[in-house]
Design a protein around this ligand. Structure first.
Ligand code: ADP
Ligand code: MG
Length: 290
């Protein structure tokens, strides 16, 4: 038979995984003894507050960082003991990555198909004969209309869908995406969600996506929340992320909206390194002194 063999998904198993960064001679704890497992072909949304180590975990899974301690099995192999050439081959052959900023995933002057061919060119040395042509891959992903278009002409949403296609160009066993929709509007977030749903249902690829986007999380089979050793777990559960829209408005979670109905006032406190919102108690009698 000369049918194309899609690679099967890679199972993930992380044990006692810890990672520290060194910053100005200080150790910064990013991951503290994390256990994380994903079955082959499963899809997972990775949630957690900012700074909880989600991007670090994706970089470790991609073999771009070596952990301070612990094991990372992708399939049967512990990638923490692989040599650099072995890791390079693993990344090239078996792992697809999508980052937040669409333009960082793509070559702007090429067409959509050329971007896919370029990603596949690197795989020729590995004698990969199982790859779909760029046009076939785009068709399988429902993105045929992008084929001949230049990346610089595509909208941000189209670019990010193409980024997912480029990450799938090598028919990877593992697709990793770090907040792929955080820079997109609602309609485009939904389209990326649809694309991920298509991948999880008809490709064998294991998929891990860091996201705060309900449309994306809904496309994936399971959600995992990372909590890390530094902060009180209860505090972390109380923390949640909301997005500021183009007009400067914020969508509050329903329980918070119930406590802060429209018209509520917040005090905006500018602080070094951030902004804090303080809920002001409603005065008993409005129209009082200020
Ligand atoms: P998330 O993606 O969940 O926001 P990260 O994995 O980016 O979290 O970061 C986890 C922790 O590690 C944070 O405290 C962050 O400040 C720190 N960190 C991330 N990257 C670096 C780096 N290159 N150098 C030093 N500290 C880092
Ligand atoms: Mg991050």
């Amino acid at each position: 038979m000369n049918g194309r063999i899609l690679q099967t998904g890679l199972a993930i198993h992380c044990e006692n995984l810890s990672h520290y960064y060194e910053l100005d001679g200080e150790e910064v704890l990013a991951l503290d003894n994390v256990e994380f497992s994903v079955s082959a072909g499963e899809s997972v949304a990775l949630l957690g507050p900012s700074g909880s180590g989600k991007s670090t975990l994706l970089s470790l899974l991609a073999g771009l960082l070596r952990p301070t301690s612990g094991q990372i099995y992708l399939g049967p192999d512990d990638i923490t003991v692989m040599s650099e050439p072995e890791l390079l081959q693993l990344r090239g052959q078996r792992i697809g990555v999508v980052v937040q900023n669409p333009s960082r995933n793509l070559l702007p002057y090429g067409t959509a198909e050329q971007n896919i061919s370029f990603a596949q060119r690197a795989l020729r040395g590995y004698r990969r004969i199982d790859l779909q042509s760029p046009a076939e891959l785009l068709a399988a992903l429902g993105l045929s209309e992008l084929g001949g278009q230049r990346v610089s002409r595509l909208s941000g949403g189209e670019q990010q869908r193409l980024s997912v296609a480029v990450a799938m160009a090598g028919s990877p066993g593992l697709l990793l995406a770090d907040e792929p929709t955080s820079q997109l509007d609602t309609a485009n977030r939904d389209l990326v969600g649809e694309l991920l749903r298509r991948i999880t249902s008809s490709f064998g690829t294991t998929v891990v996506v860091v996201t705060h986007d309900p449309a994306v999380a809904a496309a994936l089979g399971r959600s995992v929340t990372i909590t890390e050793g530094r902060a009180d777990d209860r505090d972390q559960q109380r923390e949640q992320y909301v997005r500021v829209d183009a007009g400067g408005a914020v969508q509050l979670p329903p329980d918070v909206l119930a406590a802060l109905p429209p018209g509520s006032r917040l005090r905006v406190v500018r602080k070094p390194g951030g902004v804090e919102f303080v809920v002001m108690a409603e005065p008993e009698h409005s129209g009082g002194t200020r």
